[in-house]
Design a protein around this ligand. Structure first.
Ligand code: BGC
Length: 514
């Protein structure tokens, strides 16, 4: 990682979100933690970690790590102790136990493809224990104050090591209650407020980023009144970006943005296209899910739980125009964009691998053995590199794209650079622009005097569209990549022509008249 920091900096990325690196049996790629205060020897040592943090900071890059505390591994000493501890003891109550599987019956199962119950029998404790994910991941019991203390101590431990924040994994599931869905309970929000108070008092620069895969109103609650998480992943937006593209319609984007734009002023959405999990379709209607499955996962092997286990490029049939289009949305809609490693070079996946492994294959750095990812013998790699005809590492890798002016990598770099230059993208307000064609989505991002008009053709056909830009009469649109000026906005609707899946980012410049 130390050797790759310059590459990350060259992208214009200012924060790295590290997936779990803790000691773990590795049955959920590290989301099954057996020790929260150290680093799995496969990845290095605490000293290596400190070096990484220091090197990242010296380049202006922050490090966000995973705080996976909804559950532990069943190999964690807390669980081993709990299952042997007397009923009613503090140690036993680190986890959630029951004599029957009837308790919390209204709580859904998340990993529907592999789990049939949220309860599993423990022969040592002679009781069932609660788990929202895999059976080897017992849920911690946050009604036990000793568990809350442990959580705060873990946070302090890593913040003192210099980390800049946490992704709060599976945060809606922290606390359960009878006759509820056991998600987003007021108790969970109280706990988040308690965590935030500690952060504000002791580590005011740290960031809490919620992983709350929920409907818009519920997802927004993770900001509280500005007193819970600073950021939250925008799960409701993500599938609707794919829907807008598949339906060639601005409707899904407009609808979701209208209900999620207002958040406390010090908070921000983290917007994304793909990540290390399946592309979740939990937060769309059943009909929409079927449509998205049919469109993007016709091959049933690509489906997992209620989602699609594919990377961005294969989802879009390696179509550069649509890959660009989704990035244009990602980089210009309100929120901080989060990129998934490898998507910047259009990496492929391997649906022959189990679970979500297909989207977690080694980064393709070069055409060298193991794609330049490792010097181990290929059979020793955790997951094989991609070798299929369209996405193999000899053809798709950083080395090759670095030197190609027209590569996806350099295209993305340039867009990130532009985005960085115009703070309206990051912190500006957003107003949709009326257009005469629902195949086009248009909006203005504004911060002070800076106004950027974004116009995107979601359809696979060329078209001319008229925009109502009455507030900008007399302004001159300047295209942000090439710097060309377009005709000034007049009193009548403004006409633009767009190629299939084409887009413009236009700075609206005021033309002063004396
Ligand atoms: C992570 C998954 C993981 C799950 C259970 C999620 O939110 O993103 O990768 O399997 O938590 O820990």
């Amino acid at each position: 990682m130390l050797r790759k920091l310059d590459y990350i900096a060259s992208l214009g990325v200012n924060t790295i979100w590290l997936l779990p690196f803790y000691p773990s049996p590795g049955r959920d790629d590290g989301y099954d933690i057996s020790d929260y205060r150290s680093i799995s020897p496969e990845y290095g040592s605490i000293e290596d970690f400190s070096r990484l943090v220091e090197a990242a900071h010296s380049r202006g890059i922050r490090i966000i790590i995973e705080l996976v505390v909804n559950h532990t591994s069943d190999e964690h000493p807390w669980f081993q102790r709990a299952r042997r501890a007397p009923e009613g003891s503090i140690e036993r109550d680190y986890y959630v136990w029951s004599d029957t599987t009837e308790k919390f019956a209204d709580t859904r199962i998340i990993f529907v493809d592999s789990q049939t119950s949220n309860w599993s029998w423990d022969p040592v404790a002679c009781a069932y224990y609660w788990h929202r994910f895999y059976a080897h991941q017992p849920d911690l019991n946050f009604r036990n104050p000793a568990v809350v203390d442990e959580l705060l101590a873990i946070m302090r431990f890593w913040l003192e090591k210099g980390v800049d924040g946490f992704r709060l994994d599976a945060i809606p599931h922290l606390i359960e209650r009878e006759n509820t869905s056991s998600e987003n309970l007021p108790e969970t929000h109280q706990l988040l407020k308690q965590i935030r108070r500690v952060i504000d008092t002791e580590f005011p620069d740290a960031v809490l980023l919620a992983e709350a895969n929920l409907w818009p109103d519920d997802a927004r609650e993770y900001f509280g009144d500005g007193d819970e998480c600073h950021m939250a992943f925008h799960f409701p937006l993500m599938p609707r970006l794919f829907m807008a593209l598949a339906k060639s319609s601005s409707g899904p984007i407009r609808d979701i943005m209208e209900v999620t734009l207002s958040i406390p002023s010090q908070c921000q959405w983290a917007i994304f296209l793909r990540n290390h999990d399946e592309l979740t379709l939990e937060m769309v209607s059943e009909e929409e899910r079927e449509f998205l499955w049919d469109t993007f996962a016709a091959d049933k092997r690509a489906r997992l739980n209620l989602g699609i286990r594919r990377r961005l490029s294969p989802l879009l049939d390696q179509d550069r125009r649509r890959i660009e289009l989704l990035h244009i949305l990602l980089l210009s809609l309100p929120g901080s964009p989060v990129l998934y490693y490898g998507d910047e070079i259009g990496m492929g996946d391997n649906i022959a691998l189990g679970d979500r492994d297909g989207v977690r294959t080694p980064m393709q750095w070069s055409a060298d053995e193991n794609a330049g990812f490792s010097t181990a013998t290929p059979s020793a790699l955790d997951l094989p590199v991609i070798v299929d005809p369209h996405f193999n590492y000899q053809a798709i890798n950083v080395d090759q794209q670095d030197g190609d002016q027209h590569s996806l990598l350099n295209w993305i770099r340039e867009r990130l650079c532009i985005r960085h230059h115009y703070p309206a993208f990051a912190r500006g307000g957003m107003d949709f622009v009326e257009v005469d064609d629902h195949k086009v989505v248009a909006y203005v991002r504004s911060l002070g005097d800076q106004h950027i008009l974004c116009v995107i053709n979601l359809a696979n056909q060329p078209l001319a569209t008229s925009l109502i830009l009455s507030d900008f009469e007399g302004f001159v649109p300047k295209e942000l990549v090439g710097g060309q000026s377009f005709p000034a906005v007049a009193a009548r609707p403004y006409t633009l022509t767009l190629q299939p899946y084409a887009y413009f980012w236009l700075l609206l410049e005021h033309r002063y008249t004396c």
